[in-house]
Design a protein around this ligand. Structure first.
Ligand SMILES: Cc1ncc(COP(=O)(O)O)c(C=O)c1O
Length: 333
């Protein structure tokens, strides 16, 4: 267990809790579930900075930063990182400096999350097309530069995903236990893994389905490592990747690229429940849920929660939004 995850750190309040759970009977029927069997956990409504799942993690990660006397936060991500946007918002809320290290080149027009980072007046260091290791090295350099200016820097991990950040999703799992008695399946997008890891630590591996969106090459291993840190000897059964429920068939051509299934899911949620998903994470997760029902792994009457992890700003940073009607619409119910 790493030193940070074993420390007793009280989270600082950045969001609005508990997030609501809403029944989704029309969406349930479109997916082949009984009308009363599907709920949406509204973790898109977490409050701070446009909302989304990263707020829960940042409550723990920023608490550690403050306890360590940090005056500045540094984190990294891809161009339309929701995590980077929410770290910038958390820094504003806490009166800290923030520097974002983003892969890619500065876009000609600031859209989506990049536009909100400009609203927070948070500097972005664009570092070109780097892999995760290259990004880590660029983060170290950025932290050293701020330290040379006299700041005490706390580096927030990619996606907010380590065992400490994942504690935010242990809390979400506990909320779900009380909000949806008899909960059988919780379905969530899997990126850097902290969200799924926290849910697995709270609910057990058999009740959590992670739908990989292709953000990292080793998502299952990352989840396994965090669950082991979170649960230690308590794991039931031990969190082996083989014990985790993962779907890897929704990535399509790659991270951030809209697949036909995700395109359909965006319409399904919008037309049936007036719910807006994002093309990078939640639409692929809902498409994974639909596939799981089609495959018979989720039964029509089994209480199921779709965890909506946010990402709305990313929708306005994606080419899809320029013409959302362009592809075949889903038939009206
Ligand atoms: C909107 C949204 N949903 C889901 C995820 C995946 O969460 P995690 O990185 O904890 O797997 C992310 C991560 O960036 C996200 O921004």
């Amino acid at each position: 267990m790493d030193a940070e995850s074993s420390r007793q750190i009280r989270p600082i309040m950045l969001g609005t809790w508990p997030t609501p759970v809403e029944p989704a009977p029309r969406l349930a029927e479109r997916l082949g579930l009984h009308a009363g069997s599907l709920w949406i956990k509204r973790d898109d409504l977490t409050g701070l900075g446009g909302g989304g799942n990263k707020v829960r993690k940042l409550e723990h990660l920023c608490a550690l930063a403050i306890e360590d006397g940090a005056t500045a936060l540094v984190t990294s991500g891809r161009t339309q990182s929701n995590h980077a946007r929410l770290t910038a918002a958390a820094a504003r809320r806490l009166g800290l400096r923030c520097l974002l290290v983003l892969a890619g080149d500065a876009p000609a027009t600031a859209t989506g999350n990049v536009a909100l980072e400009a609203l927070f007046d948070t500097p972005v260091r664009w570092v070109g097309d780097l892999d995760d290791d290259g990004l880590d090295a660029a983060v170290e350099l950025a932290a050293a530069d701020l330290a040379a200016e006299g700041e005490r820097v706390s580096v927030i991990p990619l996606g907010g995903s380590n065992a400490l950040g994942a504690r935010g999703y242990v809390a979400c799992g506990r909320e779900l236990e009380t909000q949806v008695p008899g909960l059988r399946h919780a379905v969530v997008a899997l990126g850097t893994g902290g969200t799924m890891a926290g849910l697995v630590a709270a609910l057990g591996p058999e009740r959590v389905l992670g739908v990989d969106v292709g953000a990292t090459a080793d998502a299952g291993t990352r989840v396994e490592r965090m669950v082991t840190e979170l649960t230690g000897a308590r794991a039931r059964p031990p969190a082996r990747p083989s014990a985790l429920r993962l779907r890897r068939d929704q990535v399509g051509p790659g991270y951030g690229i809209l697949t036909p299934g995700a395109r359909r899911a965006l319409s399904e949620a919008a037309l049936s429940e007036g719910i807006v998903l994002d093309p990078v994470y939640t639409a692929k997760a809902l498409s994974g849920l639909a596939a799981e029902v089609r495959d018979g792994r989720i039964g029509a009457d089994e209480p199921t929660v779709f965890v909506h992890t946010g990402g709305l700003p990313g929708l306005f940073g994606h080419e899809f939004i320029a013409d959302p009607r362009a592809e075949p619409a889903v038939p009206e119910a």
